[in-house]
Ligand binder design. Structure first.
Ligand SMILES: [Zn+2]
Length: 416
């Protein structure tokens, strides 16, 4: 019975551990930067596993790898399963790798049981998800979705050597000839570690990711008057840093008011001038980052921030400049894909909950082009982008089994 088949958890785990030996770091992490020598070795290993599994590999102009397993109706666009094999500098063993190798494990399992799906399948490795060696992150999936231009992507320079992405693709032998755009998917499923603490804390096996946060970024300046800290009375001071302090508190309050999904942070570049201990700060510049999966709520948070800043500037007598420098709209993943994942969780009796992706992922770009969703696996204490990143074999096995059955549901079984 197709309903009874399960992936091989030990094989999945062993493959993740073998990939982690490439660019292994002293403290148990992985250092496999995009298009580095280690990335080439990792890609070669993945390609050899795909060949062993009878998958047909193609590579596009940005080095994205597509390993295809034929369907009974091979004219249909494939169902993609994947993520990325590149890592952060001294990053973890699981971020990205799990999503690619979970897709491979699904293909291997179908081979074991001689199952042919109606829709063909493809295991996918997207180039430069991390953005650490070449900015920005999610570069190749961004070109795929039309967010970036191919030539611009090929001209990005490595932070270490200054070589372009195109040159590095040539050097490691992964500049393919498939066009980046126009590669259709019937659907796309990305497994990933959560990179947050919720599943681990709650003891839940699978995050059914139905939304991704939108975010607004701001640059804010407050200008008051710098004067002597000793001779200037407290009444009537125009202290720009005091204004910032009130905004910092307000941003935190606004996020708490829209809990549990809202995020609000003053971070990044904080500049205080003139920067003397006995002068009242006359000028401050700082950044604000606000996030929520609902566009309406994010708009309400935006309005609250603007109102607070106006009020603070008014109260203290400061000149305010507030500029929203970027807006990324919230994303709802495809209902049918999400339902396939949730249905598989229920049939397998696996604990699960709906989740919002707080980080960017390749799936967020792919979602512009094809029905897409994500599955999250717990990771210890939510730690990621760090050598100590850790997930349990049984958790990864559970998520991969859910992927298998969601994919069988979505792609259909022709023969078993
Ligand atoms: Zn990742």
């Amino acid at each position: 019975m197709v309903a009874d088949i399960r992936i091989d958890g030990a094989r999945l785990w062993d493959s993740i551990m073998e990939m982690a030996t490439i660019g292994a770091t002293p403290n148990g992490g992985s250092h496999r930067l995009t298009l580095s020598d280690e990335d080439k070795i990792g890609r070669d290993l993945f390609a050899s596993w795909c060949a062993e599994a009878g998958l047909k590999l193609s590579v596009d102009e940005l080095g994205d790898m597509f390993a295809r397993r034929a369907g009974s109706d091979d004219a249909q666009a494939p169902l993609g399963m994947g993520s990325h094999l590149d890592t952060q500098p001294f990053g973890g063993k699981f971020d990205g790798v799990f999503g690619v190798l979970a897709g491979l494990e699904v293909a291997r399992t179908l081979n074991d049981h001689n199952i042919t799906t109606v829709i063909p399948l493809e295991v996918v490795n997207w180039t430069n998800e991390e953005g650490a060696r070449f900015a920005p992150a999610m570069l190749a999936s961004g070109v795929y979705s039309g967010a970036y231009e191919l030539d611009w992507a090929l001209s990005r320079r490595a932070v270490d050597s200054g070589a372009t992405l195109g040159e590095e693709l040539e050097r490691i032998g992964y500049r393919g000839d498939l066009p980046v755009r126009g590669h259709e998917f019937s659907a796309f499923f990305e497994c990933h570690i959560e990179q947050g603490p919720i599943l681990d804390r709650e003891g839940i096996s699978v995050g059914v990711v139905n939304t991704a946060q939108g975010f607004r970024w701001y640059d804010i300046s407050l200008e008051g008057f710098a004067s002597h800290t000793g001779s200037t009375p407290m009444v009537g001071r125009r202290n720009a840093l005091l204004g910032m302090a009130k905004v910092v508190q307000a941003v935190d309050d606004i996020a708490h008011e829209h809990a549990p999904l809202a995020r609000g942070t003053v971070g990044g570049q904080v500049e205080v001038a003139p920067g003397s201990r006995n002068i009242i700060p006359g000028n401050v510049n700082f950044t604000v980052d606000m996030r929520h999966p609902s566009a309406d709520t994010l708009s309400a948070m935006d309005a609250a921030l603007r109102e607070t800043c106006d009020q603070v500037a008014d109260d203290i007598g400061l000149a305010l400049s507030l500029e929203q420098i970027s807006y990324t709209a919230p994303l709802a993943f495809d209902k049918k894909c999400v339902a396939a994942v949730k249905g598989a969780c229920e049939r397998l009796g696996v604990s699960h909950q709906y989740m919002t992706s707080g980080a960017g992922h390749d799936a967020c770009h792919v979602a512009d082009m094809a029905p897409t969703t994500m599955l999250f696996a717990p990771c210890k204490d939510g730690v990621s982008h760090h050598e100590s990143e850790e997930s349990k074999p049984e958790d990864l096995e559970a998520v991969c089994n859910v992927l298998l059955h969601a994919v069988l549901d979505y792609a259909g079984v022709a023969s078993a």
